[in-house]
Structure formats: C-alpha cells, structure tokens
Design a protein around this ligand. Structure first.
Ligand code: FAD
Length: 491
C-alpha cells in the first residue's frame, strides 16, 4: 500500500464522526505516528444476519452519508473514502493487515454474542500479528459488566438497574468530530462498491414511505434530536403514549446504527432540563427511556440467546398455536382490531411504529392469537427501521411475558380500551385505516358494535370493506389464560 503507518478504523454500528471514541483514537494514533487512517466497513455474516429489509435500506443510506462526511473531513472527492468489504471480518482485516504498513486497528464495542465472539477472536489474531488493537466504549452509557446488584450479579429488573446506573459516574460529555483526517488514499485489495452489498429494496422500490419519514445519516440524526428537544420534549412526559400526537423523538433508527450516540442524546436532554426550570420531569422521563435501551443491552449481553430462548424457562412449554392465517392477517393489518391494523400498516408503510402501539399489536399476537413471540420478532426484524439485536428480542420477550421485568402473561391488553385511551378521537386509526375514516368516534375502535345503520352511513361493510375481528376479545382472552395455565401444569 504505502510506507506510511496506517491505523484502520473499523466502523460497525457507529456510523458517525462526532462522539466516536474509536475514530478519535485512530486519528490521534495516526498523528503521533505520522501516519494515515483507513476507514473500513465490512458486511460480514454477523451484520448480515442482523439485517432485515428495512434496516438494509437504512444501512445503504447511512453508509453513503458516512462516506460523504469522511471524504469532506479527509479532503478528498473520492466516493470511496470509506472502504467497503464483504466476507468474514477476520479474514478481511487479516488481509488488510498483511500490508506491513498497517499497524493498528480501532473499533467501538458491541454487545451481542456473535459480535463479541468475533471481536475477541479478531483482537487475539491481530495482536498475534503484532498490531495495536483497541476497542472503545461508545454505544452504551453504562457497560453491562459495570452495573451490578449488591450481590455482584447482573440485573433482571429495570427499576433497580436504572437506579444503580444513576449512582455510577455521570456519562461523559460528548466529544466533537475530529477537526481533520489524514486519510489513506491508496488502493486496497478486494474493496467493493456499495451496490455490491445489494441492500436496495427489491424487486420494486417499496421504500417510498420510509424515505418520506426518515433521513438516515449523521446530519439527519442531529436534526431529529434538535427538532425533538426544541419542539416536542416539553410534552414528552404527558403525551409519549399517544400515537396520534407524535411527540416522541423517533431517534431509535439513528441510535440503532450509531448515527448519534447515547451521550449526545443524554446531554442534550439534560442541558434542556437545566435551561428550562420546571421541565426536569419530562427530561427525566425521556432519559429513563434511554435507560430501557441500556437495560435491553445489559440483558442481551448476559443472556445465552435472547432471540430464541425465553428468559423464564417455563415458557418453553407454552402451547403456541401454528396459525399461519392469523399471522398473515396480523402482518398485513387485517385483524379487524382497528388500532392493531393501524399500527401494522404504519409499520409496513414507514418502517416505524409508535411504542404504545407496538405493545398493543404484540399483545394481540402472543395472547389473543396465541402466536409465538418469535414470529412477531421475525416480522419486526424485517420491517422496522430500528430493528435492533437488543431492543427487539428484549421487547418481544417482555410482551410475551417470558422476559426480564416482563408484564405478566396473564395481564392482557384490550385493544379497544387501549385505542380509546391513547387515540381518543381515532385520528391515528383514521390515518392508517382509511376505510374506517367516516366511523363515528364512539365506534372507531370497535366497529363490530356499531348498528347496521351506522356502518352503512360510514360506508363500512364488515367482512367486506373491513375485516371482522379474527377472534372475540373475551374468547381470545380466556383462551390465552387457559394456555397459560396449561403451560404452568406442563412446566
Ligand atoms: P423515544 O420514546 O423517543 O425514546 C428514546 C429512545 O429510547 C428510543 O429511540 C430508544 O432507543 C429508547 N427506547 C425507548 N423505549 C424503549 C423501550 N421500551 N425499550 C428499549 N429502548 C427504548 N426499539 C428499538 O430501538 N428497536 C427495536 O427493534 C424495538 N422493538 C420493539 C418491539 C416491541 C414489541 C416493543 C413493544 C418495543 C420495541 N422497541 C424497539 C422499543 C420502543 O418501542 C422503541 O425504542 C421506540 O418506540 C422508538 O421510538 P422513539 O425513538 O420515538 O422513542
């Protein structure tokens, strides 16, 4: 390649220049050694396995934005400032390191088992070749091994976990992006183009709704954060459960890909609280949600296999139903429960769904329909832009009653009451289920209770223009409770 010493910056779920400790360390190393930085991204099996349709779409946009930002900082016009590779990450890095000028590799830590296993092996191999190898803390505020109960174990319940986090030293202030980047500009073998990653939607571009809603990339993440802090954080504590009001930050996909760090978010919310006396409660509520993200990663790190194995062992005996028709109706937003169908259609169209609605659609699937939470997890993995190795399985186990700090299985959401409480005028339902647009408020969440006259006036024919509910609410609830009892007997 070159005689100049090279530091490799290995980007993964940290697709940003600001507050990126591994990048700063690589830049510092290059400066001290009169060397250059080689930024790389490797699409290996570990990353591929964690991508669905919507996250692939996001990743392509995010890598394109990162490449542009690196090129600007590194003073090059190259559309290949970020070097892309496909294949086994260890092989790729070892091949790069075959060049004697490559002396150091830097990355930020991940917490899922396949990534930690891969990274440990790579660190050992590269150190064996005599390279400097550094991993940094960037994607979590509190490392999973630093938060311990009084008896030195990991946490299983959120509230004491978060209390323990808040007693640890305050998360550091975010760091700025490097001021400049001595970029390695030579050739590197086996590097490919972004099109070779094959991430674009196929066979048709189905991502129009995602494009309308989100701007992947570091700038999009910053804009999203500051719009939220300026306009919506003020109402967060009071209205965060209302899908019809859209007051939450919608930062989840940006955090998923590390286009913004939790440190930037934490400090922005705290600065807002300092500058706005009386707004501490809403800021703390928001920060506590970041705490759920930390908790999900804590559980992910310590669990054997969060995607497949219920944290509460008795759920291995749960009599799940193999209801392919019910699953398909749920996926397509055709269950006959308006708030559920609205959520599932919002997800399909935009790649996103409000948290409250995620809980409602999840509950209908695993309780009224008795379909395995892993089927819900798989669908969310494919369709959510924020689908994440920690939050998604963690939340599905929580919904399924078998996770950490889970809502007990026998506490069953009623989608009508949930709809009436959190979408009181039915505006969210009207937006996503237009065939119910003219239903009066009183029946928007339960059209099956409306008289034939009311249905006719709203131009609704149940079973024709809009489905009948897949199952009666009472019948579904009782069936779920029986299944729960059967599991307890079998366990
Ligand atoms: P805000 O309310 O603005 O919260 C700020 C940030 O805190 C979020 O961006 C997110 O990073 C974190 N956060 C908020 N709520 C939670 C939570 N309950 N658990 C963990 N972290 C949270 N979140 C994902 O990021 N990826 C997923 O794949 C995912 N799957 C989910 C599946 C189910 C069945 C359920 C019930 C929840 C899931 N969540 C997931 C959690 C939550 O719904 C989303 O994080 C949230 O809706 C994102 O919107 P927001 O950024 O506006 O959240």
């Amino acid at each position: 390649m070159t005689e100049r010493p090279i530091a490799v910056m290995w980007f993964r779920n940290d697709l940003r220049l600001a507050d990126n400790p591994a990048l700063l360390a690589a830049v510092k190393w290059a400066k001290e050694n009169d060397g250059a930085v080689l930024p790389v991204f490797i699409l290996d099996d570990v990353i591929s396995d964690q991508l669905g349709g919507a996250t692939k779409w996001w990743l392509e946009k995010s890598l394109t934005a990162l490449n542009r930002n690196i090129a600007d900082l590194g003073d090059t016009k190259s559309d290949r400032a970020l070097r892309l590779f496909k294949g086994n990450a260890k092989t790729v890095l070892e091949t790069i390191a075959d060049d004697k000028s490559v002396k150091a590799v830097f990355w930020n830590r991940l917490y899922d088992k396949p990534s930690t296993k891969r990274d440990t092996e790579i660190k050992a191999a590269l150190q064996n070749h005599g390279l400097t190898c550094e991993s940094h803390k960037a994607n979590l505020l509190f490392e999973p091994w630093d938060v311990k109960t009084g008896s030195d174990t990991d946490f299983k319940v959120y509230s004491p976990f978060w209390r323990a986090c808040l007693k640890l030293p305050t998360p550091r202030e975010p760091k700025s992006a490097p001021e400049s980047l001595a970029l390695f500009k030579g050739e590197v073998d086996e590097q490919i183009n972004i099109a070779d990653f094959d991430l674009s939607p196929k066979p048709v571009n189905w991502a129009g709704g995602l494009e309308e809603r989100f701007s992947p990339g570091e700038q999009g993440a910053k804009d999203q954060l500051f719009d939220f802090i300026d306009d919506r954080l003020t109402d967060y504590a009071d209205l965060r459960d209302r899908p019809d009001r859209r007051v939450t930050s919608e930062l989840s996909p940006h955090l998923r890909f590390g286009e913004i760090s939790p440190y930037q978010v934490w400090h922005a919310a705290n600065h807002y609280a300092d500058a706005n006396p009386g707004k501490g409660k809403t800021a703390s509520k928001f920060i506590a949600e970041l705490g759920w993200r930390e908790f999900a990663h804590h559980i992910l790190y310590h669990a054997t296999d969060l995607r497949s194995v219920p944290l509460q062992g008795q759920f291995k005996h749960f009599p799940w139903s193999d209801d392919a028709k019910g699953l398909r109706a749920w996926q397509k937003g055709q269950t006959g429960f308006p708030i559920v169908d609205a959520g599932m259609r919002e997800l399909w169209h935009t790649g996103y769904m409000h948290n409250r609605v995620r809980m409602i659609v999840g509950s209908i699937l695993v309780k009224h329909l008795l379909i395995h939470w892993r089927d819900g997890l798989a669908w969310f993995d494919d369709t959510l832009v924020d689908a994440c190795p920690a939050n998604n399985p963690f939340s599905w186990q929580w919904i399924g009653g078998c996770g950490a700090d889970a809502a007990p299985y026998f506490r069953i959401f009623n989608p009508v009451l949930q709809g009436e409480k959190f979408d009181p005028k039915g505006e969210y339902v009207r937006q996503w289920v237009p065939e119910l647009r003219d239903m009066p408020e009183q029946y928007i969440h339960k059209p099956w209770e409306a008289s034939p006259l009311i249905l006719k006036a709203a131009d609704v024919t149940l079973g024709k223009t809009y489905p009948e509910p897949l199952i009666g609410l009472k019948e579904g609830r009782e069936r779920a409770l029986e299944a729960y009892q059967d599991m307890k007997k079998a366990a």
